[in-house]
Design a protein around this ligand. Structure first.
Ligand code: ADP
Ligand code: MG
Length: 337
């Protein structure tokens, strides 16, 4: 007879890690979110071999104290929430306390960090030994040899190019949401993208990336509030539509999401102006009270549940529909004058 056994902790972590860490891009996302939660305003990412060989994220945030380093890589340990009320009102990107533990279970990880209160920096590795280190205020998390201990997962990684482009996609999604933070992305020792902080830099670089160099001409800026829900951002005009759906940025309380309800509302709004399979381009933020939205629905957290789904859907639809009806006629007036 087959007996039931309790799995050992290490194996439990490796299995659980699979939910959060699918590929290098998942690590890039988790580490960038942690840097933002630490209030960093300068974040650099260094990747090697599409991230499968090495991912290093360096930030100037508030750091991790020596006393907390071991807990940081323990599962279900977080500084971000401590009770159900805080879970339901969460405003940070993270709250599960799973990412670093998961990453540590499937890679060679090293954390170097220094808090503003401390004169020294400290480092910790997978083995949980803590030693003194040299590091400015902030944190470096270095992840090497992803899935070295899980060959079956490693085999599922795609080509370097494909893994890199997925890392880059998450880098952009997060960078585009935070104008006040400067971001840099390096791959194989080459600088790939640098986004400087500040509003004018934002227009020149991040908005231009999404909508092209003439972003202002081809977008309508919206900023509306209905029943405590704010919808703001840039609606790309139909002439920007493309065959791929890779320039669609939608954030809920600063979190990049891909959500069916939102996708449906947006699609309906563009329906009269887009033909066939053309994909619209947009960069939109919804802001609402944290208790009005459940971001706890999925570990990868790309789907959310709105408590007033119908209201949010109709609000997105009608605002975009209205915005799209206007620029068309304005554009025609300009063309005819
Ligand atoms: P979560 O983000 O859900 O809390 P993580 O496993 O991602 O869980 O991180 C665990 C803890 O480690 C965080 O709660 C935070 O206190 C600390 N931490 C992680 N990354 C950083 C960072 N870059 N700067 C400061 N603290 C960090
Ligand atoms: Mg986190």
């Amino acid at each position: 007879m087959r007996r039931i056994k309790q799995l050992d902790n290490h194996l439990v972590n490796q299995i659980a890690a699979g939910e959060v860490i699918e590929r290098p891009a998942s690590i890039v996302k988790e580490l960038l979110e942690n840097s933002l939660d630490a209030d960093a305003d300068q974040i650099s990412v260094y990747l090697e071999a599409g991230g499968s060989k090495s991912i290093r994220v360096i930030d100037n945030g508030h750091g991790i104290s020596e006393a907390d380093l071991a807990l940081a890589i323990t599962s279900h340990a977080t500084s971000k929430i401590s009770n159900l009320y805080e879970l339901e009102h969460v405003t940070s990107m993270g709250f599960r306390g799973e990412a670093l533990a998961s990453i540590a279970a499937v890679s060679q990880m090293q954390i170097l960090s220094r808090t503003p209160e401390s004169d020294n920096a400290y480092q910790i590795t997978n083995q949980k030994t803590i030693t003194a280190a040299a590091h400015p205020i902030g944190t470096t998390i270095w992840v090497r040899d992803l899935f070295f201990n899980i060959p079956a997962r490693k085999r599922f990684l795609k080509t370097e190019k494909s893994e890199f482009s997925q890392c880059q996609e998450w880098f952009r999604r997060i960078a585009i949401s935070r104008p006040e933070v400067s971001f840099a992305l390096h791959h194989n020792n080459k600088l790939v993208t640098r986004f400087a902080a500040g509003a004018s830099n934002y227009e020149a670089s991040r908005l231009a990336y999404v909508f092209g160099p003439a972003a202002k001409e081809h977008t309508t800026f919206i900023d509306e509030v209905r029943a405590g829900v704010r919808l703001w951002g840039w609606v790309g005009h139909p002439n920007l539509a493309q065959s791929q759906a890779n320039k669609q940025f939608f954030y809920v309380n600063g979190r990049f999401i891909k959500d069916r309800l939102v996708a449906h509302a947006v699609k309906q709004a563009y329906r009269d102006t887009l033909y066939g399979q053309r994909q619209p381009v947009f960069l939109l933020h919804i802001e609402l009270a944290p208790e009005q939205v459940d971001v706890n629905a999925h570990p990868a957290k790309q789907e959310v549940r709105f408590h007033q789904g119908r209201l949010v859907h109709d609000f997105i639809y009608s605002t975009l529909h209205h915005a799209l009806a206007k620029p068309q006629s304005q554009a025609q007036l300009v063309n005819h004058s």
